[in-house]
Write a protein that binds this ligand. Structure first.
Ligand SMILES: Cc1cc2nc3c(=O)[nH]c(=O)nc-3n(C[C@H](O)[C@H](O)[C@H](O)COP(=O)(O)OP(=O)(O)OC[C@H]3O[C@@H](n4cnc5c(N)ncnc54)[C@H](O)[C@@H]3O)c2cc1C
Length: 700
């Protein structure tokens, strides 16, 4: 009965399945039976990319066994598959085998186990047993499911990382039996935390494990990297190292190209598995991943990459994406891993300094780094700050406290998106006020945008360098104005809202969404600059630089996606709407401190007398506007709409929409009380629903 049940489950596409209790029970009680079922399934359904297991372990053992005692193979099979409640290799004699049969089987299995262990000692990663090249090593290993191994498996299962498919595959490759003999390296990248960390959970079961972080010159020298990013990473690593040491896992921090560091580490600590999260990074990291993949293959090291957000690798179609995102976000968070068996001492050399890494100090005041700071930030946002989220979103001043400020933590992975999602859903359900619940729902939706944009880069890495819609390639091709660019970077364009935003960003590394969009719109439309260099400049300034979101947004706010509405922000209108008292502008532009509130959006309109009285002479203390807003915008519109209305542009837009555009998700909003929200939504003021932050049509 157990076998039928197992086979049924094994036959199904089990990717998303978790082992239920009954199955677990069977697994621990009847490992060989499961192995038999498992191998048979693989044999029957093996694909070209997966090895076929023929003959199965059980058949092989039985063959020897029944041959030895002259029993019919089919009868032996029947009896073998009928074994019940056999822990490991102990066959009770009262189940149909006599003492002699039992001893023979024991002998044979013990022999196989010795052979496998010897083979494993000689070559841990070989897929063929050297003694008998025709036989996959995994078969022998599977017979060594010791009590200890079972405990390890338990821990993996409790860690929530073992789907039936994992289990099936690990059984096939003999990982269960060999787990206690192999060594793992957990490679930390943009996932600097111990909670909800799949690679860490997977490392618990290995004989030895090490954690590794690499400061790669490719990153440090990339045009997107800033010393502030590295300092934040160092802060996270400091805390991470202590948290890992508490759990018995040393964190090695090395400097060098990933392959070189891994190769050196392999000499020092011959690891058999590399465990990491998937990364949707810039071009250099994509190239590095390919190199690491090749190196692992050459060394016969198994590199296991785990997803860490809603981005789906090798996605075929955007249809159904939202549901897949939600399914990932609703998976249980992975409990904290403990009890590592470390390969070396936890005491490690001090972390490098910025200077050691060849970087100069920066002048930013940064958010607190590390996992604790991330958890605190999330908690105080969900309980208090978030109440004003929707209302305050557009204002650079109010948003600084009313937005979650989780973006650097999500970018460096000090908290998982799933943790944030699940905490938000819980907070919505338990919110003390309707306003808080309503605001948090808006926030929860943005977590989906996070992955929606990253998915674009995952699916099309070229968007970091090239227009989504290539019909726009000729626009802004050869007319990059260096002076305008320099003024924009320095916050000296003569438009106070643009300049205040830029200077605030240079000082803090953060800006709210609307003001980011305005900065880019100003660079792309008013100043007619191609998005790539402003994008690199902003990438360095944003502490939360997340390539997939960043490059998609850069192109969206520059009008080159081909599918989004063109949004051209007026910096004077934004100043009046979002900073009516002029508090933000005065804070960041001290030269305008005494300019009357009525003239803060357009100080160049002050008379000379007013300028004198305000102690701010335009052109001397503060620049005159770098371009005329109206004529600059008119010219930008003419050029863009000229291309946008062409048949080629329309055809290309259709293709882009099909590949990257959002679909109606059909998902309800997060949390309870949805009908009340819907009702309220319909009564929202028109200017609110038209706010660009809404972007509802784009991000189903
Ligand atoms: C030109 C431009 C570049 C941007 N570059 C980045 C970037 O490099 N990294 C980054 O995290 N965000 C980027 N954003 C999106 C957005 O501005 C930031 O996510 C947000 O301001 C971060 O602050 P918060 O965490 O307090 O956001 P909240 O409003 O509290 O939102 C919570 C989280 O939701 C996600 N989110 C919110 N808004 C968006 C959005 N419009 N698109 C995608 N995800 C969103 C982010 O992960 C954010 O941390 C960019 C926006 C623009 C216009």
């Amino acid at each position: 009965m157990g076998l039928n049940r197992l086979e049924q489950v094994l036959e199904r596409d089990a990717d998303a399945l978790r082992l239920d209790d009954e199955l677990l029970d069977l697994f621990f009680k009847e490992p060989l039976t499961i192995a038999g079922a498992h191998f048979r399934t693989l044999r029957n359904h093996g694909t070209d990319s997966r090895p076929r297991f023929q003959p199965t372990l059980l058949d092989q053992v039985l063959h020897d066994f029944v041959g030895g005692i002259g029993m019919d193979l089919e009868v032996g099979r029947e009896r073998a598959y009928g074994w019940k409640g056999l822990p490991g290799l102990k066959f009770p004699t009262d189940e149909g085998f006599d003492g002699r049969e039992h001893d023979l089987v024991e002998d044979r299995l013990a022999g196989l186990q010795r052979e496998a262990q010897e083979c494993h000692r000689r070559t841990v990663t070989q897929t063929r047993c050297p003694a008998q090249p025709s036989r996959p090593v995994g078969l022998e290993r599977d017979v060594q499911l010791t009590v200890e191994d079972r405990e390890l498996v338990w821990r993996r299962l409790q860690g929530g990382r073992c789907t039936l498919d994992n289990l099936r595959w690990d059984l096939a490759l003999g990982n269960m039996g060999s787990m206690s003999l192999s060594r793992a390296v957990v490679w930390f990248k943009r996932d600097l935390r111990v909670h909800d960390h799949a690679p860490l959970a997977a490392a618990v079961g290995f004989q030895d494990a090490l954690a590794l972080y690499v400061f790669e010159p490719e990153w440090l020298q990339s045009p997107e990297c800033d010393a502030s990013h590295v300092e934040f990473a160092l802060g996270c690593l400091r805390e991470l190292r202590a948290s890992l040491a508490d759990r018995g896992l040393p964190l090695l921090v090395r400097v060098g190209s990933a392959v070189a560091v891994l190769a050196q580490l392999h000499i020092e600590f011959s690891f058999t598995q590399l465990l990491s999260h998937e990364e949707t990074g810039p071009g250099w990291s994509y190239t590095r991943d390919l190199e690491v993949g090749r190196w692992c293959a050459a060394q016969e090291i198994r590199w296991r990459e785990f997803p860490q957000n809603g981005v789906i690798r090798r996605l075929r179609s955007r249809s159904g994406w939202s549901a897949a995102w939600k399914a990932r976000m609703d998976e249980p968070v992975i409990p904290l891993s403990r009890g590592f068996r470390a390969a070396t001492t936890s005491a490690q050399p001090a972390l490098p300094t910025l200077g050691d890494l060849g970087l100069r100090p920066h002048a930013k005041t940064l958010q607190a780094a590390g996992e604790h700071a991330a958890q605190r930030t999330l908690a105080n946002f969900l309980s208090e700050r978030g109440a004003h989220y929707r209302r305050a979103l557009g204002s650079p001043l109010a948003a600084a406290t009313a937005c979650s400020r989780l973006s650097p933590h999500l970018a460096f992975g000090t908290i998982s998106l799933r943790t944030v999602h699940q905490a938000s859903v819980a907070a919505i359900d338990e919110a003390a006020s309707r306003q808080l619940a309503y605001s948090l729902r808006g926030f929860a939706g943005r977590l989906r945008w996070h992955c929606h944009f990253m998915q674009k880069l995952e699916d099309q890495p070229t968007i970091e360098f090239q227009n989504f819609a290539r019909v726009y390639d000729e626009l802004r091709a050869d007319d990059f104005d260096e002076e305008r660019f320099a003024a924009w970077c320095a916050g000296r364009t003569g438009y106070p809202m643009v300049d205040a935003c830029m200077r605030s960003l240079l000082a803090t590394g953060w800006l709210n969404f609307r003001m980011r969009a305005m900065l880019v719109s100003f660079a792309s439309y008013h100043l007619w600059l191609h998005w790539r260099r402003p994008g690199l400049f902003l990438a360095r300034q944003f502490l939360d630089f997340e390539p997939g979101i960043h490059w998609s947004q850069m192109q969206m706010q520059s009008g080159t996606t081909g599918i989004n509405t063109l949004r051209m922000y007026s910096p004077t209108k934004q100043a009046r709407d979002q900073d009516p008292e002029g508090l933000f502008i005065r804070r960041w532009l001290p030269e305008l401190a005494r300019v009357p509130r009525t003239h803060l959006a357009e100080p160049w309109r002050m008379s000379l007398t007013m300028q004198r009285e305000a102690g701010c002479m335009i052109g001397a203390h503060y620049p005159a506007p770098i371009v005329d807003e109206k004529s600059a915008l008119r010219s930008a519109k003419e050029r863009l709409y000229g291309v946008r209305q062409s048949p080629e542009a329309r055809a290309e837009a259709d293709a882009i929409q099909a590949r990257h555009g959002s679909r109606r998700s059909g998902l309800p909003p997060s949390g309870k009380g949805r009908s009340a929200v819907r009702k309220r939504k319909t009564t929202r003021k028109p200017e609110e629903s038209a706010a660009p932050e809404a972007q509802g049509d784009l991000f189903a």
